[in-house]
Design a protein. Structure first.
Ligand SMILES: C[C@@](CO)(OP(=O)(O)O)[C@H](O)COP(=O)(O)OP(=O)(O)OC[C@H]1O[C@@H](n2ccc(N)nc2=O)[C@H](O)[C@@H]1O
Ligand SMILES: Nc1ncnc2c1ncn2[C@@H]1O[C@H](COP(=O)(O)OP(=O)(O)O)[C@@H](O)[C@H]1O
Length: 293
């Protein structure tokens, strides 16, 4: 039965960038996937996915970063749509539009955010009413970051990305994101990692302000930063440039890179600081997605 209402209004979903404030690689499973411990937050920098009624399944691309995806044989948005339709037992009928603003293959989970946004939009468009946990379980094989992106709320990430628990209470803070415009493939970075595994972090129940959070985060690390910097040496320059910005409390790489972030006391100082970065880089400054909700 096709439950797609042909008169349903288009659904628009933001696909916010994921930032790993720290990322410890805690082990490796027999299938090769690594187990992680990470504090994940979402920035207000975002792609946007629209789903509208249609007879078949199609995807249109727009936005400043869309060119990098023009040759993509099977966009994650389409894979997510097919996967949801198959699991729901309905034909995949939707006109999807992706406005791509986040750099591709950059450690801020843009593809995962897009897939998650498509699932949320189609869940509504097709009247499925699936719970977030069911969408997350369906999406995990498409990308380890997608479960966290389904809710797009700060969380503690464990397992290979599917074990999600609440984040400590976060203070108001600002983020600067900077990418030197070099794509880094996630599998290559995991493969280049050397050494043993890290223990999961011990975190407090919350932080009173961004400075206190930065102090605790400084004792942790991103275990993928050394291998990413070996593959892409400019990562060290990006981190150093962020760290030198006035007001920067902490600078580090996100995910498997090459995007790095700077943590600031509040969104306005991050916005201002981002403008001082080299114009050749992709850069963004602002606050956390959903802050104050
Ligand atoms: C590293 C992280 C941290 O949040 O972020 P990104 O750099 O992708 O943003 C994620 O774990 C990435 O998630 P995602 O990009 O969705 O990964 P997937 O497509 O599932 O996996 C791509 C490849 O990365 C490796 N991989 C990924 C996740 C994981 N927990 N262990 C791994 O070893 C595997 O080689 C896998 O084949
Ligand atoms: N909508 C999409 N956005 C970004 N990448 C996509 C998308 N669909 C498929 N991909 C593929 O997924 C890979 C990982 O992209 P992305 O999620 O941006 O990076 P990362 O996992 O480093 O955060 C890209 O190299 C690209 O080949």
């Amino acid at each position: 039965m096709n439950r797609a209402p042909t008169t349903a209004a288009p659904r628009v979903e933001a696909a916010p960038a994921k930032v790993n404030l720290y990322l410890h690689v805690t082990g490796q499973r027999a299938d090769g996937y690594h187990t992680l411990d990470s504090l994940v937050v979402f920035a207000d920098a975002a792609d946007a996915v629209t789903a509208a009624p249609a007879d078949g399944l199609k995807l249109s691309l727009s936005g400043p970063e869309a060119t990098a995806l023009m040759a993509e044989p099977d966009n994650l948005v389409l894979r997510a749509a097919r996967s949801l339709a198959a699991a729901a037992g309905i034909p995949p009928r939707a006109a999807l539009a992706l406005e791509k603003r986040l750099p591709v293959a950059s450690g801020i989970g843009g593809g995962s955010a897009d897939a998650a946004a498509a699932l949320r939009a189609l869940n509504a468009l097709w009247g499925l009413d699936w719970q977030q946990a069911r969408l997350a379980a369906l999406a995990l094989p498409l990308g380890a970051d997608i479960p966290a992106c389904i809710a797009s709320r700060a969380c503690r990430m464990g397992g290979i990305g599917e074990a999600l628990s609440p984040a400590p209470r976060l203070p108001d803070c600002g983020l600067v994101l900077a990418n030197p415009r070099i794509a880094l493939a996630t599998p290559a970075v995991f493969k280049a990692r050397e050494g043993g595994f890290s223990a999961p972090a011990l975190l407090p129940a919350g932080w009173p302000d961004a400075a206190a959070m930065a102090r605790d985060l400084a004792a942790l690390r991103n275990d993928l930063e050394p291998p990413a910097a070996a593959l892409c040496p400019v990562v060290a320059e990006v981190v150093g440039t962020l760290r030198a910005l006035p007001g920067c409390l902490l600078a580090r790489m996100s995910g498997s890179g090459a995007t790095c972030f700077g943590l600031f006391a509040e969104p306005r100082s991050a916005e201002y600081a981002a403008e001082r970065l080299p114009a050749a880089w992709w850069r963004w400054g602002g606050g956390l997605h959903g802050a104050g909700r």
